[in-house]
Design a protein around this ligand. Structure first.
Ligand code: MLT
Length: 272
């Protein structure tokens, strides 16, 4: 994987850029609290035909934190600044969960910059008062008991029961992604997630093709939430990924990649 770093929007971003000269671009945005390595299997499956980019959101992986308070809007500005710096005018955008929140906010504000969206294990609603309260409690617990305990507890929610039994390597690598994240970034991001705006009311304005994927056993952003987005987005298709929870790209990469490849091949883009 070709890894680079670049300064954009007042912070250093770590990214991978596997280029196929003149090929359409696909940018992947990871979920919380992971990093760009969660997309390794997708990069491998696409790099013969596309320019595939993954990056670490500020505060995660090898990107630095910068000095500003985290918000979804700031993360969107980071994404668009990265596209500008890499001279990417238009791209496919694939986001999982928090990555999906960023993708939905990005298309609302920069519609002309995207050929199509892939929304995976995500939803368009804002946090309910109970969800906000739960995030505050999580912040308190991370500060009190540390990141390792948080990693062990949250992992049970991310994976489907069968994956917990079978996907030993994936679980270890997700745990590593979580424990490598600083307490400060975890808490700042939990706060940003709790303050995010809903995007459901904007879905009717999306005028590019959208593929929605969700693990059949996703407990965090369940299939019903994906169905709701599918009903609101005109040109959308919905694929339920079997044998997967919230991390469908890691739990069933074969089906995820198959759907992803079919979708991107079906979208007509002008080659640069
Ligand atoms: C994620 O995977 O990005 C998180 O589950 C998102 C969230 O906590 O809302």
């Amino acid at each position: 994987m070709n890894s680079f770093s670049i300064t954009v929007n007042n912070h250093i971003v770590s990214y991978t850029d596997n280029s196929k000269y003149g090929a359409p671009v696909i940018i992947f945005i990871h979920g919380f609290p992971f990093n760009k390595s969660m997309w390794n299997l997708q990069v491998e499956s696409l790099l013969d035909y596309y320019r595939v980019i993954t990056y670490d959101i500020r505060g995660f992986g090898n990107s630095d934190t910068g000095n500003e308070d985290f918000t979804i809007e700031l993360f969107v500005k980071d994404l668009v600044s990265l596209m500008d710096a890499l001279k990417i005018d238009k791209t496919f955008l694939c986001g999982l969960s928090m990555g999906g929140y960023i993708a939905l906010n990005a298309i609302e504000n920069y519609a002309g910059r995207f050929n199509a969206l892939i929304l995976s294990d995500t939803h368009c609603i804002a946090d309910t008062p109970e969800a906000k309260e739960k995030r505050m409690k999580t912040i308190e617990n991370i500060r009190k008991y540390g990141v390792e305990k948080y990693a062990d507890e949250s992992i049970k929610l991310f994976f489907a029961p069968d994956s917990i039994a079978e996907r030993v390597e994936e679980i270890a690598s997700v745990r590593e992604m979580i424990v490598k994240t600083s307490e400060k970034s975890l808490c700042n991001t939990l706060r940003a997630l709790s303050l995010r705006k809903e995007t459901c009311s904007k879905l009717k304005d999306i005028n590019v093709p959208v593929l929605i994927m969700v693990g059949k056993e996703d407990k965090i952003t369940p299939p019903a939430a994906a169905q709701l987005m599918h009903e609101k987005i005109n040109d959308s298709s919905l694929k339920i990924i079997e044998r997967a929870g919230h991390l469908s790209n890691l739990e069933n990469p074969e089906e995820f990649n198959d759907q992803l490849k079919k979708f991107v091949a079906s979208v007509d883009v002008i080659r640069t």
